[in-house]
Write a protein that binds this ligand. Structure first.
Ligand code: SAH
Length: 244
């Protein structure tokens, strides 16, 4: 008599437990969330990135949706990963570090050179009003555009082209980020930067070592500050002519 309701309760508990744990979608998403929380705390926050809006964005954007399926299990490791066409998605700490130095405000208009997977663009879209991003490889540009649309980003515009020339129609920009290594500062990008605006880029000709450089435009002149050593894929297109 007393036993019957107890058995019922036990059955409900067991059934709930079974349903929750057997939902592959839910448990996979949960494990990514735990991994993402670890990444933000250990690889980003503990290494000195203390901007709450940026940390929130890094926690919100699901990096595993920007990498090929075979690499998803590595999405929250602090390392770059292949995205096809010989290109890579940058290491999360470097994405955070570059964004951190741009001091993006909610009303800002930002230009990115090197869309790649679209991950950096999504982080920027969480922080700025408008994001314009240029990718030179058509296949990557199309995929990134489709992915960002599917994820609901309405404030990102992707264009296939050579970022060396910038995107004049929407200039000037509050901030510019270049996610491929340039042997010298592309002058069109300086022209398209607002007075007081910031630009960050990996500068250098060596494929295994470049200097992450922060540029501030003041009264038409530029101030340069070296941040750290980085390794990025090279900028291709027009700028290659100047390498020779
Ligand atoms: N920001 C990307 C990673 C960039 S990898 C992400 O979050 O996934 C660098 C990218 O720059 C590559 O996709 C490469 O094709 C692109 N790239 C190289 N030279 C370029 C140029 N001149 N203009 C635009 N994109 C360029």
């Amino acid at each position: 008599m007393v036993l019957e309701p107890l058995v019922k309760i036990l059955f409900i508990i067991l059934a709930t437990f079974f349903v929750l744990n057997c939902s592959p979608q839910g448990s996979e998403e949960d494990s990514y969330l735990v991994a993402r929380q670890r990444m933000v705390k250990e690889d980003i926050q503990k290494r000195g990135i203390d901007d709450p809006r940026l940390l929130e964005a890094m926690l919100k954007v699901k990096r595993h949706l920007f990498v090929p399926k075979d690499y998803r299990h590595l999405a929250y490791e602090d390392r770059p990963l292949p995205i096809g066409e010989g290109q890579t998605i940058s290491q999360p700490y470097i994405v955070a570090l570059m964004t951190y130095h741009l001091h993006i405000k909610p009303g800002d208009k930002v230009l990115e050179i090197g869309t790649g997977s679209g991950y950096q663009a999504a982080i920027l879209a969480e922080l700025a009003k408008e994001v314009y991003t240029i990718e030179i490889i058509e296949k990557l540009a199309e995929k990134a555009q489709e992915r960002l649309k599917r994820l609901g980003y309405r404030n990102v515009w992707v264009k296939c082209g050579d970022g060396f020339f910038g995107w004049k129609e929407h200039a000037p920009y509050d901030a510019i980020i270049v996610t491929c290594a340039a042997p010298k500062i592309p002058e069109h990008l300086i022209e398209q930067l607002k007075e007081g605006g910031r630009m960050i880029l990996p500068l250098g000709d060596d494929p295994f070592f470049q200097s992450l450089t922060l540029i501030t435009k003041r009264e038409g002149k530029i101030e340069k500050k070296q941040i750290t050593a980085v390794v990025f894929v090279p900028m291709t297109g027009e700028i290659e002519k100047e390498r020779k």
